[in-house]
Ligand binder design. Structure first.
Ligand code: C2O
Ligand code: CU
Length: 466
């Protein structure tokens, strides 16, 4: 099994794992600044001029790239990252999908105060589970400006057989091209909403910018795609991360069927499909054996127009237009949650009780509720330590909602299936899903929609202990 990272730009974000001893207590800041903390990675959140291929934009980024640098360690090792806030606003880093100490979770107002401009914060934690994750700012719409990056926890005993791997980060980009995410949010909030014909699949309002973002794959627009160069016959693992604010993507690789091996970092019983939908905050890993040629890796914006685009290449020459044309048809052989099963059934005791979480839309169309409540007086799910509870998600709204639970994973049960282990689930309009959660990480945790506009329009609840 290989673990080659082939994304050139990611390699420039050098990460050096710490040795056995961490030099600082978690959350503490050394007086002398980053230079006195050798071995740790430094993430500078700052205004930056970033190239998106043909376009150059002024935005906020970690360092000078979007996505930010790869953070990678092996499971069981220490992640040690110093956030240096050079932004004109407070910020945090959230380690999406990682089951860690709540003080390291980067959830402002829950477990840590945001880091002020000019300040630093040291994130130090042990990576518990191997898999594909990402990190992002958890303050307002900051993530949508480019404050996100891939987080990969490798498995020291990797059971999956593959020769090479690539990471694919998807985004819907506004900032510096079509207004800012904050302006789009203001427009949503001031619109009367409620005209279904003007809505995107994910969105609950009207904001023209949001219907025509530039779709990015690894920070590049479709006119200057990322190329993944390799050799035919190789088994290649793709780690796909949806970091977009408002766009689920339908992913396909021209000429190939994909064997899905992981959902949200955790292994699932392998299932081979032509395409799958990835909601915001979800991750899928798939493996393919590559043919000879050049193939489009497309991520079609679900319910909108446009696509993110990459090229997988095992030979010289152009991408065949045949594959391009075929991709939209692939919806018919699409992965469904029902097709996914956990690799084994043993991580979770049976739930002892259930709690219903109803997703609703206020008549304005600009507010999204959990059990009728908005973020300022949130829904609060209470659990006892070490119990397993079933959350019954009941979507009574006309929109998709990628619901994300911090600090935990859940087992998704669809129609009695032995469902996959996940931390984010993209619930469709009027769908009901069962999420079995093992409450094994005491704290007060966010449970929210990963459509960042919905999150900012109230769709934020909590799961807490006692
Ligand atoms: Cu990636 Cu609370 O989010
Ligand atoms: Cu939502």
């Amino acid at each position: 099994a290989g673990s080659l990272i082939s994304r050139r730009a990611f390699l420039t974000g050098v990460f050096a794992a710490l040795g056995a001893t961490a030099p600082l207590a978690p959350g503490r800041t050394a007086a002398g600044g980053a230079a006195e903390w050798p071995g740790a990675m430094v993430l500078r959140a700052r205004p930056a001029t970033v190239s998106l291929g043909r376009r150059t934009v002024s935005t906020w980024a970690y360092g000078d790239t979007v996505p930010g640098p790869l953070v990678q360690v092996a499971a069981g090792e220490t992640v040690a990252v110093r956030l240096v806030n050079e932004l004109p606003a407070p910020t945090t880093v959230h380690w999406h999908g990682i089951r860690i100490d709540p003080r390291m979770d980067g959830a402002p107002g829950f477990s840590q105060a945001p880091t002020r401009p000019g300040g630093t914060f040291d994130y130090v934690f042990t990576a518990p589970d191997p898999g594909t994750y990402f990190y992002h700012s958890h303050v307002g719409m900051q993530s949508d400006r480019g404050l996100y990056g891939p987080l990969i926890i490798t498995d020291p005993d990797e059971p999956l057989d593959y020769d090479e791997e690539f990471t694919v980060v998807l985004d819907d980009w506004l900032d510096g091209i079509r207004g800012t995410p904050d302006a789009a949010l203001r427009r949503l909030n001031s619109s009367t909403g409620h005209d279904d014909t003007l809505r995107s699949a994910a969105l609950g309002g009207v904001a023209a910018e949001l219907r025509h973002p530039v779709y990015l794959l690894n920070g590049r627009g479709p006119d200057t795609p990322e190329t993944f160069a390799t050799r035919s016959g190789r088994r290649v693992r793709f780690r796909v991360i949806n970091a977009a604010a408002d766009t689920p993507f339908r992913v396909a690789l021209g000429g190939h069927r994909m064997t899905i091996t992981h959902t949200d970092g955790f292994p699932c019983a392998p299932v081979t499909v032509d395409t799958f939908i990835i909601g915001m905050g979800e991750r899928y890993d798939f493996v393919v054996r590559l043919d000879w040629g050049a193939f489009p890796l497309v991520a079609v914006a679900e319910g909108k127009r446009g696509r993110a685009y990459g090229v997988v290449r095992t030979s010289a020459g152009a991408v065949s237009p045949l594959w391009q044309a075929k991709v939209p048809e692939l919806q018919r052989q699409m992965l469904k949650y029902q097709d996914l099963n956990a690799e084994s059934d043993d991580h979770l005791p049976r739930p002892t009780r259930s709690v219903t979480v109803t997703i609703g839309m206020r008549p304005s169309g600009n507010e999204w509720t959990l059990n009728g409540r908005l973020a300022d007086d949130p829904m609060r799910v209470r659990v006892e330590p070490d119990e397993t509870i079933r959350l019954i998600l009941d979507n009574r709204s006309p929109m998709w909602h990628p619901m994300h639970l911090h600090g935990h994973t859940f087992q998704l049960r669809v129609a009695g299936s032995r469902g996959p282990r996940k931390d984010t689930v993209n619930i469709k309009p009027r769908e009901r899903l069962h999420l079995d959660v093992l409450a094994d990480n005491p704290g007060e945790w966010m449970f929210h929609c990963h459509n960042l506009y919905h999150q900012e329009q109230g769709m934020m609840g909590t799961l807490g202990y006692g």
